[in-house]
Design a protein around this ligand. Structure first.
Ligand code: AMP
Ligand code: MG
Length: 318
């Protein structure tokens, strides 16, 4: 990818207009959402979408989530059944992505969906993401704004650490409040949890009135594309469910533990832990420690997403 000087924009109205102009001209702009920073491009511009894959070094088979400002924009891209309507009404805007049948006439670049007949859609709640979507008038394909496989960015500084010189601009809107990526629910057949994320899966199940199928648990269900075993990986090795740090390790704590180099939430609050997760992994990686030991984290609510990211961060690197 050609070297580009990366502009630092703020969330002032003039800078939002500039971000929208860059996007309309086919450029790449990173911007804050409530989950993590996204790397946006016009989802209907094939060259712009290809540039996302090039900037991130992302495998072409890993499809992108399309971000829209409102339900009308969403209905132009995908077909909504009763389940999709119910979930969108209950949780949008917010950290929930729905995988739905793609409308072929919507003009979404084939690279966005990796050539599939389905599309992943989300309406973000973050005011800066909303402002950019509205100012541009575009549907934006936007994966996390980091080199493929690395720890996701929750600040503009994280974005620049990984992608400076490879993207046109980053809009600085402060730290992302949720801190982990969206929950992905597939609605092509029986509802399936494709990725745990920033909306607790229990809330989705309560809205639908049925449990979500889990692709990993049922061999008959296809795995979501792009859910690679190794992802979100810091340089340091990770050891999960650790009571304390061993020689050469630093401890990433959760709850009232002693001897932690950093603590996701001393009070044991899962929302606070999710918001701190990626920044803590980056900070402990930067200490140069050979390994990061992580306290046990409960497998409920946002704990599902936190443990999913930690397991992928701990997995053998491809
Ligand atoms: P990221 O943008 O890095 O948060 O990752 C987006 C994820 O969304 C991908 O890794 C896929 O798992 C999922 N995804 C995107 N589009 C589709 C689709 N059409 N069908 C199933 N999963 C999808
Ligand atoms: Mg990502």
């Amino acid at each position: 990818m050609a070297n580009r000087a990366t502009q630092r924009l703020t969330d002032t109205p003039a800078d939002i207009v500039q971000a929208a102009e860059i996007l309309r001209a086919g450029g790449l702009v990173a911007f804050p959402t409530e989950t993590v920073y996204g790397l946006g491009a016009n989802a209907r511009d094939t060259d712009a979408v290809r540039a996302i894959y090039a900037a991130k070094g992302r495998p072409a088979k890993n499809p992108l989530i399309v971000h829209v400002a409102d339900l009308d924009g969403a209905r132009r891209v995908a077909v909504f059944d009763d389940c999709a309507e119910a979930l969108a009404q209950a949780f949008w805007p917010g950290p929930l992505t729905l995988v739905l049948p793609l409308r072929p006439e919507a003009g979404i670049a084939a690279e966005v969906t990796a050539g599939q007949a389905s599309v992943a859609l989300r309406m973000p709640a973050h005011p800066v993401a909303q402002a950019i979507l509205r100012a541009s008038g575009l549907a934006l394909a936007a994966p996390s704004a980091n080199p493929s496989g690395a720890v996701s960015p929750t600040t503009a500084a994280h974005v620049l650490e990984g992608l400076s010189g490879r993207i046109d601009a980053v809009v600085d809107g402060g730290a992302c409040p949720v801190g982990v990526e969206s929950t992905i629910v597939g609605l092509l057949d029986a509802p399936v949890l494709l990725r745990p994320g920033g909306l607790p899966s229990e809330a989705v199940e309560a809205c639908l009135g049925v449990p979500l199928a889990r692709p990993g648990a049922d061999p008959a269900l296809p795995l979501a594309p792009g859910q690679l075993a190794s992802h979100y990986a810091p340089r340091a090795a990770l050891r999960l469910n650790a009571g304390r740090a061993r020689a050469g390790e630093v401890l990433l704590g959760f709850g009232p533990v002693t001897g932690a180099a950093a603590n996701l939430s001393p009070a044991g609050d899962l929302a606070e832990a999710a918001a701190n997760l990626f920044a803590c992994l980056r900070a402990l990686d930067a200490t140069g420690a050979a390994a990061i030991a992580v306290s046990p984290i409960p497998e409920t609510g946002l704990g599902l997403a936190i443990n999913d990211r930690l397991r992928r961060a701990a997995a053998p690197r491809g």
